[in-house]
Design a protein around this ligand. Structure first.
Ligand code: AP5
Length: 204
């Protein structure tokens, strides 16, 4: 089943997607990762992509075609109702379907703790947390030995702006997907493995 996994910044979308990829062999499509990669490599796409996505125009069509035969998780897309409509049109054109839109519910104080404490490997992208998932050696990635740093947008002032953008533009997707009969809410609090089990329960 193809799913949209959505929720506020820090809800655990990336963390849960990594588990779904590892254990259920799903394909992870993260527009945040695509954007960060494009910006890091200074591609023309990196410069323009966000504006296009905001207008609901940039939909990575090849990515869906490349995932033929594998279920995919959309993380970070759609982010607005305009993007959700663009996605609906694309899915129809490619004869694909979204089976569920899984919303991760996490209270704001927890989101703040998760985001300010998140650290990410600048080489392989592995995600850590200073309290709940520290690296074995400070600043060094357990997976590849790369340097572990804080995302620029995980500083408190930027987090506030991201949460505002979420409230304004992404949160209306709950209603949008509910009207389509696709919406399911999952409690995103607690151990990562417990949240994962709740998500999987919704997929069977
Ligand atoms: P994106 O990367 O998608 O950011 P986001 O939606 O803000 O989500 P995050 O990556 O911050 O959080 P997450 O829910 O994945 O949490 P995680 O699993 O890492 O997008 C970044 C930016 O790109 C956007 O702000 C926007 O500007 C732009 N963008 C992206 N897509 C776009 C689009 N379609 N259109 C326009 N612009 C777009 O977890 C967070 C931390 O919590 C980690 O440290 C983790 O270890 C920890 N944690 C997770 N689960 C648990 C748990 N159960 N218990 C304890 N700790 C946990």
């Amino acid at each position: 089943m193809n799913i949209v996994l959505f929720g506020p910044p820090g809800a655990g979308k990336g963390t849960q997607s990594a588990l779904l990829v590892e254990l259920l062999k799903m394909r992870h499509i993260s527009t945040g990762d695509l954007l960060r990669e494009a910006v890091k490599n200074q591609t023309a796409l990196g410069k323009k992509a966000k504006a296009f996505m905001d207008a609901g125009q940039l939909v990575p069509e090849e990515v869906f075609q490349a995932s033929k035969g594998k279920s995919f998780i959309l993380d970070g897309f759609p982010r607005t109702v305009v993007q959700a409509e663009a996605l609906g049109n694309l899915m129809a054109r490619l004869s694909l379907k979204i089976g569920k839109a899984v919303f991760l519910e996490v209270p704001r104080a927890t989101l703040l703790r998760r985001l300010t404490g998140r650290r990410v490997c600048s080489s392989c992208g592995a995600v850590y947390h200073v309290d709940s998932k520290p690296t074995a050696h400070a600043g060094i990635c357990d997976v590849c030995g790369g340097q572990v740093t804080q995302r620029k947008d995980d500083h408190e002032d930027v987090i506030a702006t991201r949460l505002e953008a979420y409230d304004l533009s992404t949160s209306p997707l709950k209603r949008y997907f509910a009207e389509k009969g696709l919406f399911v809410e999952v409690d995103g609090l607690g151990e990562t493995a417990d949240v994962y089990a709740r998500i999987v329960k919704q997929l069977v």
